[in-house]
Each structure stands twice: as C-alpha cells, then as structure tokens.
Write a protein that binds this ligand. Structure first.
Ligand SMILES: NC(=O)c1ccc[n+]([C@@H]2O[C@H](COP(=O)([O-])OP(=O)(O)OC[C@H]3O[C@@H](n4cnc5c(N)ncnc54)[C@H](O)[C@@H]3O)[C@@H](O)[C@H]2O)c1
Length: 412
C-alpha cells in the first residue's frame, strides 16, 4: 500500500523474485502510469518496471488485498502545519485494510513514525476487523532505509531491521523479507524498530547541523570550511564526514525527527538536539542568500535586477524530488529581493509553485550575473560554470579547486 519512493521499489523487488504483487495506491494517476509501464521513480527505470509488470497488479482498490499473504504499508507520514505528526494517510490506509483483513495475513508498517504507532495506533484499528493482532494476523514494523538515487546500497544489500508484535510476527516478517534482503536484523519490539529509524535520521540531521553551524562560523572567520572538512576526514577513526550545504530537504530529515520530539513531550522530555538541529538547518537558506548578496555587492551589483542562474533545485543530486528542498526557499528569498531568476535542473522540469521552468544549461548561463550551485547533479558540468559565469556561489563545494583560483567566486 502506497507506491512512492518506498513502495514501488519494494513491489518491483518482490515481483522480480517471482511473487505476485497487488500494488495499491489512492492516486489514480500513479496506477494509470504503472498499468502503462511508466515509472515515476528514478530508481526504477520504466524498462525495469515493464519487466516486472507481468507479476504486478496496480490498483486503487484496497479490497484486492484480501487475497494477499502479506501487506506492506508504505504511505506518507508528514507533519501538520503545526509540525505535529499527521497520521491521516496511515489511519486511512489502515482503515481500508481493516475492512478486508483476513486471518493468517502478515501486515508490516514501513513508514517512518514514532515509537508506539504500530502497537497503539495500527493494531487497534486492524482489530476492528474482529481479528486479534499477534494471534489471528501477524503485525510488525520494518523501517525502509532506501536512499533514492543510490546504487551501491540497495534493498538487497542494506540490512533490514524488523520488530514484531510477537516472536511469531517477527519470524513471519523475517521469512518474507528474506526473499528480497540478504541480511535481516531482528529487534525485540516494533517500538525498537520504529526508534531505530528515527535515531538514524536524527543522527544525520544533527551532524549536518553541526557542520552547517561550523560553515557559518568559518565564513565569519575567513576559514575555508571545505579545507577543514577534508582535513578532518583524514582521521581514520572517531570522525565521520558530513558536508555543509544549503539545508536539509526531502521527505525524511526535515520531517521525521519531529515525530520523536512530539512523542517525547508525552514523557516530559524536550529533545534538545532535534530542535537545535532543525533550527540551525532552517537558517542555512538565509545564510546562503546573504552570501549571494555579499558577492553581488562586492561586484557593485544589487540583487534587484541581477540575473541569477540556479543550478540544481531538487534536494539531492541525481533525483527529481523537490519536497522540502532548500532551493525552493532560496529561490523565494532571492525572488522577494527582486532577482531575475532562471534555473537549470535536468531532473526537475518545473517548480510546483514559483511558476519557473527549467531552462537549458547554456540558456541559464547566458547573460547570468551570478551562478548559484544549490544541488550538484552528476550530469552537470560545474567546472565550466566557474569558467563561464562572472560570479559563482557554490553551496556544495563541488568546484572548490577551481573556485579557489577564480576571483569573484565563493564557496559556502
Ligand atoms: N523517500 C525516502 O527516501 C524514504 C526513505 C525511508 C523511509 N521513508 C518513509 O516511507 C514512507 C513513504 O515515503 P515515500 O517517500 O515513499 O512517500 P511518497 O509520497 O513517495 O509515496 C507514498 C504513496 O502513498 C500513497 N498513499 C497515500 N495514502 C494512501 C492510502 N490511504 N492508501 C494507499 N496509498 C496511499 C500516495 O499516493 C503515494 O503514492 C514515509 O513514512 C517516509 O518517511 C521514505
């Protein structure tokens, strides 16, 4: 259930292993695309989908789940406007599932969520079917660890953590995932599995915030943050490399940690690291825009009326996902200052709100006063940008060798 970045690759992986997959989503456009063999997820090329389609039945009808042995729930877990967990999609998926739940089925929640969701929220709703969790049907939590765009670590070779409501639930889930994952890590409860995923994401969020705060400081001190990160990374133990950047994006890091801080409040605890990391990372787009203003100012130009070419607007290289992308904030801030903006992103043809469409690489550079590298897609020639644009601000450090030799260009 839920055929997005998480659900579709899972559906294809099981189909490729010879299992029949009922692929349910409420988005009729996605079901239509899948039925026609068109993938909308970069990690699953359409040819690969077409190869597996003989065993996949895309449908909007949850009723078809009644004939499945196992149901994997991969729906979104966003935040509300007040930054509290929005379990709306999970509740409606679970209700739809409860209507068709059969004795002997295995249900696994894959969506990232706070500890207690599987046991306290999902199980009672599923039990409205009259079946008892852990007795009449099996229930487990297994967090998805997919990293979109990544090819070295896939579903197959990334260890899969599983926490079952009972021992039998965990065993059943382990047997299922053993078909598509080489290594299973069993933890004792769904809560432990739920928190494992959050710890992983919070670890990244906090470390990104730490290096971003350093970057803001080194900017004032006149020290090159990239030189420092490169040098610190030579330490063979006790240090893990994280790179500064324009802030955090995607569905996970800006959202998931707040599931835990919300839950922690029920236990009279304020999760300081989560809040602080969120605060620091949210400041980064403002820091980046101030840097652009400064570079233009040094060249006796104002932001107003300057033509700024933004390279890369998705939240990470190699993917087209713009959810929570810091590029959107940077574009909005520069636009409010009166910049004449264009952008080039081979993965993002147009932006959801800004009314902007991606222009070609050449067209973006043509007449640009400043080039701003926000996300460095591997297929874009960034070194040539430094050669051709009069001013460059590189927020990802990909041109650091060239920028250091080039007047008027700066790194984050
Ligand atoms: N994207 C990632 O890299 C990633 C990695 C690890 C974990 N996760 C987690 O996995 C979950 C799913 O994330 P995603 O990125 O795949 O989201 P997504 O938005 O790409 O896909 C979710 C899909 O669920 C569908 N959906 C919503 N409500 C539904 C319902 N009631 N019944 C059936 N389908 C429904 C949506 O239409 C959508 O197609 C989230 O909890 C996320 O935090 C995501």
């Amino acid at each position: 259930m839920g055929l997005g970045y998480v659900g579709l690759p899972l559906a294809v992986a099981f189909a490729e292993e010879g299992h029949d997959v009922v692929a349910v989503d409420i988005d009729a456009r996605k079901i239509e695309a899948l039925s026609q063999g068109r993938s909308y997820i970069e990690d699953i090329p359409s040819e690969r989908l077409q190869g597996a389609l003989g065993r996949i039945c895309p449908t909007t009808r949850a009723a078809k789940l009644s004939r499945c042995d196992a149901i994997l729930v991969c729906v979104p877990t966003p935040l509300t406007a007040n930054r509290e967990p929005d379990l709306g999609p999970l509740v409606s998926a679970t209700r739809a599932l409860a209507d068709v739940l059969q004795e002997g089925q295995l249900v696994v929640l894959e969506s990232t969520t706070y500890p207690g969701t599987t046991r306290d929220r999902m199980a009672p709703m599923l039990e409205e079917s009259g079946l008892v969790a852990g007795k009449d049907f099996h229930l487990a939590f297994s967090p998805e660890r997919v990293d979109p765009g990544r090819t070295d670590y896939t579903l197959r070779n990334t260890p899969k953590v599983i926490g079952g409501l009972t021992e039998a639930c965990a065993e059943r889930a382990e047997a299922l995932y053993g078909h598509v994952c080489d290594h299973i890590v069993r933890v004792s409860t769904p809560e432990a599995a739920e928190l494992t995923k959050l710890l992983e994401n919070i670890f990244r969020s906090v470390n990104i915030a730490l290096v971003n705060e350093m970057a803001m400081l080194t900017d004032r001190m006149g020290i090159d943050i990239w030189e420092v990160v490169d040098a610190a990374s030579t330490k063979p133990y006790g240090f893990m490399r994280f790179e500064p950047g324009p802030g955090m994006g995607g569905h996970c890091l800006p959202v998931d940690p707040f599931y835990l801080s919300w839950r922690a409040r029920e236990f009279d605890l304020t999760t300081e690291f989560i809040e602080l990391a969120g605060k620091v990372n949210q400041q980064m787009p403002y820091h980046c825009v101030a840097k652009v203003e400064r570079v233009l100012n040094d060249a006796a130009k104002a932001v107003r009326g300057s033509r700024i070419a933004v390279f890369g607007v998705s939240y990470k290289p190699g993917v087209g996902d713009v959810r929570e992308s810091p590029a959107l904030k940077i574009i909005a801030l520069l636009s409010a200052l009166g910049a004449d903006l264009v952008y080039h992103d081979p993965h993002v043809p147009s932006l959801p709100d800004g009314g902007l469409r991606s222009v070609g690489y050449e067209e973006a550079l043509d007449g640009a006063d400043l080039a701003l590298i926000v996300t460095a897609h591997p297929t874009v020639d960034h070194d040539a940008i430094v050669e051709r644009a009069p001013l460059v601000v590189d927020l990802r450090g990909v041109t650091r060798q060239r920028v250091r030799e080039s007047a008027g260009s700066v790194l984050l």
